[in-house]
Design a protein around this ligand. Structure first.
Ligand code: ACM
Length: 507
């Protein structure tokens, strides 16, 4: 009997050509530019396999498909060759739905050691995801070494203690926490990812989410309204009013940071954050108010927009493109910038209709720090419940754009993992898997309308093959039956939101 084919993400076309047999071992590859750039055709016969890709990336994705046909040994670090592998003879023709198939890892709230990041590159590649967005800076930590500003990591990469969960009164892990990647560590991550056709997008968050930088260099903050010299790297979570000052000195400082970022990260996009910048300090600050007057701006939103435009021009002049969270639309956005939509579909629709490229990652659908099931056993449950099925039914193209020319502005989609409650690799695995697998199919495969998606079929492939692949890879995913005893976190409270209706139903 031919072995079952349980490919994830589902390819466009599978044509069995009759029979099966032991894998002959030989893999021939080639490039055929008439195929889609990341597309491929995989042919398995008694002689071995042939993979033809539109580019080398297509060949690589074809190899990932072949890997699934070759069985679990292909997911181990070394083969154990218990029995010869029987492969089905077939042709697979495939190409991705979206060019940007991303995963964001927040290494600022909790530092993830370099080896764990490299492992995530492998896990992304195995699922045909091709963008690793590293959230490198935030209030709670600065994780990228910048040679000209050593205090960013000497001071900004460390905090004396960390809030555990979201309960009141606050609970603390009294151990100091921190870490950072050297420039060479990051070059290594970039090179390792490039070898797997994964692009690393660095994020330097400004003008909000910057307290770690202000703790290192107090002159970056609004020192005319707060004692910025007294600020420390933030130890708890949530909204933060300590934001960067809108001064020329701050603009120059971050140009210096970005110059080094560009030396390390060769990809087209640089993420400058732009989210959740509270304007209270700018409203109170004589310096900020003078700036608004001098520039002839309407208000504080205009000031934020002016800062973002500054970096947009700066990056464009250096051959790169700015991407930021959807708040960067407020106050108007420069032409070439791209928008990462995290709040419902709203920002994505507005950005696409205004002619900007968009990556869809609404928190109502694909924030993987959000809890994945109802029930008291989930560790530190945060946010809305996004089940495996919810993620499988996520539709990246907002209904309002579907069938219009603006839909082409949606260049892709991304799942995001914030790490306030994911403090180490085990917690990161638990939050990320298996939901990232469902997300990978959403990003790669041509799935029908969310209501018509065959979730039962996806679950069948998970149960028949893919959980075993994750086991072979050593991923500490959430089992379908719920957390294992050591994956629970009794006594550490989370913070749940009321369950929203799915975005694609309400838009
Ligand atoms: C975000 O979740 N603040 C982008």
């Amino acid at each position: 009997m031919a072995p079952e084919v349980n490919l994830i993400p589902a390819p466009r076309r599978i044509e069995p050509t009759g029979g099966s047999g032991p894998f002959a071992g030989e893999v021939r590859t080639g490039v055929d530019p008439s195929l889609a750039p990341e597309g491929y055709r995989l042919t398995v016969t008694a002689d071995g396999a042939e993979i033809v890709g539109g580019t080398e990336a297509g060949v690589f994705w074809g190899r990932q498909t072949l890997r699934q046909l070759l069985g679990l040994d292909a997911f181990r670090r070394a083969p154990i060759e218990r029995e010869p592998v029987t492969v089905p003879y077939l042709i697979v023709e495939d190409a991705p739905r979206f060019g940007w198939r991303g995963f964001m890892l927040d290494v600022a709230r909790h530092f993830l050691p370099k080896d764990d990041v490299l492992r995530y590159v492998d896990l992304l590649a195995a699922h045909k995801l091709n963008v690793l967005h590293l959230h490198l800076t935030d209030d709670q930590g600065w994780r990228i070494e910048i040679a000209r500003y050593p205090r960013l990591t000497e001071v900004g990469a460390w905090r004396p203690r960390t809030r555990m969960g979201w309960g009141e009164p606050a609970m603390w892990d009294e151990r100091p926490h921190g870490g950072f990647y050297t420039r060479d560590d990051l070059r290594e991550i970039v090179a390792y990812a490039a070898g797997r056709h994964v692009t690393v997008v660095p994020e330097i968050d400004l003008p909000g989410h910057a307290q770690a930088a202000i703790a290192a260099y107090p002159e970056l903050g609004n020192s005319d309204v707060v004692d910025t010299a007294a600020l420390e790297v933030k130890t708890d979570w949530g909204f933060n009013r300590n934001v960067l000052a809108p001064t020329d000195a701050v603009l120059r400082f971050y140009e210096g940071v970005l110059e080094e970022v560009l030396e390390i990260f060769p990809g087209p996009f640089v993420h400058i954050g732009g989210d959740e910048c509270f304007k209270d300090q700018w409203r109170a600050s004589p310096t900020a108010q003078a700036r608004i007057r001098d520039l002839g701006l309407k208000d504080e939103d205009g000031l934020q927009s002016w800062m973002i435009r500054h970096y947009d021009h700066w990056l464009t002049a250096r051959g790169r493109r700015l991407i930021g969270w959807d708040e960067i639309l407020e106050g108007g956005l420069a032409e070439g910038a791209a928008v990462m939509c995290w709040r419902w579909y709203t920002g994505g629709v507005a950005a696409a209709e205004a002619g900007h490229d968009v990556v869809m990652c609404p928190q109502q659908e694909v924030y993987l720090d959000h809890v994945q099931a109802d029930g008291a056993e989930e560790p530190v449950p945060f946010g809305w419940v996004h089940t495996l099925e919810d993620v499988y039914r996520f539709e990246p193209i907002p209904p309002r754009l579907a069938g219009t020319p603006h839909a082409a502005r949606v260049i892709g989609t991304q799942a995001n993992l914030w790490t306030e409650v994911a403090e180490d690799r085990g917690r990161v695995d638990y939050q990320t898997f298996p939901r990232l697998v469902a997300f990978a199919e959403v990003a790669w495969s041509e799935l029908p309308h969310p209501d018509e998606r065959d979730f039962a079929g996806f679950e069948r492939r998970m149960n028949a093959a893919h959980y075993a692949r994750l086991d072979a890879l050593g991923v500490a995913y959430r089992p379908p039956t719920g957390p294992r005893p050591w994956q629970r976190r009794p006594g550490v409270p989370g913070r749940m939101h009321d369950r929203p209706r799915r975005t694609w139903r309400t838009a």
